[in-house]
Design a binder for this molecule. Structure first.
Ligand code: F6R
Ligand code: MN
Length: 190
């Protein structure tokens, strides 16, 4: 038997980055301690205030083995030192879980890092583009534009989030704002 239409359809508002009647988590600058390479620039920015950096409204239709979940993300533009505002980044607790990121509005990039090999890619995330995040891949999103970045992340219900691995060792690369655009730089070299 199929669920009622309300459980099959969601409508989102891209201006407020909300999905009617659904929970939304918010991450502020203080939630991103340890993510940026320039700790002094981070503390100086935080002393000025604790702005909203990103928000995610989630839809979790069911917990079944074959179910899918999705989240509407809004990542604001901003910088800490020469790094773009970013998400915390994570691996999926169930490592084989892949994910699609569908760009809806604004301009961003995704940093992808293979857990086993450290192989790294910097991939644009923008309207009319879909980024495929393979399983076993740490992923972080950066707003590399001047407007809010809006996107949908669609992932297996059983994916889960492992934030602790990133919190312990961070990504091996940083993405720096350079005059010619976003530049991928080894963290040790920066
Ligand atoms: C879900 C997913 C996204 C992120 C969102 C916020 O698996 O990848 O919905 O949760 O972009 O980023 P994090 O979760 O790293 O704070
Ligand atoms: Mn994910």
């Amino acid at each position: 038997m199929l669920p009622p239409i309300d459980a099959l359809l969601s409508r989102f508002d891209l201006d407020s980055a909300t999905i009617a009647g659904r929970p939304r988590i918010e991450r502020r600058l203080s939630d991103l301690r340890g993510c940026f390479r320039d700790a002094a620039a981070f503390e100086a920015a935080l002393a000025e205030g604790n702005p909203l950096v990103y928000a995610v409204a989630s839809i979790e239709p069911g917990p079944g083995e074959g179910d899918l979940h999705y989240g509407l993300g809004m990542l604001m533009p901003g910088r800490v030192g020469d790094e773009y505002w970013m998400t915390k980044g994570h691996l999926h607790s169930w490592r084989p879980a892949a994910e699609f990121y569908v760009g809806l509005r604004g301009a961003g990039h995704m940093l992808l890092e293979d857990e086993a090999t450290g192989d790294t890619r910097l991939v644009p995330l923008e309207a009319n583009g879909v980024v495929y995040v393979p399983g076993h891949t740490a992923h972080r999103t950066m707003n590399t534009g001047a407007e809010p970045l809006l996107y949908l992340g669609i992932y297996p219900a059983r994916a889960g989030h492992d934030y602790s691995t990133i919190a312990k060792k961070n990504f091996a690369h940083c993405v720096l704002a350079r005059p010619e655009g976003p530049a991928l730089v080894a963290r040790t070299a920066s």
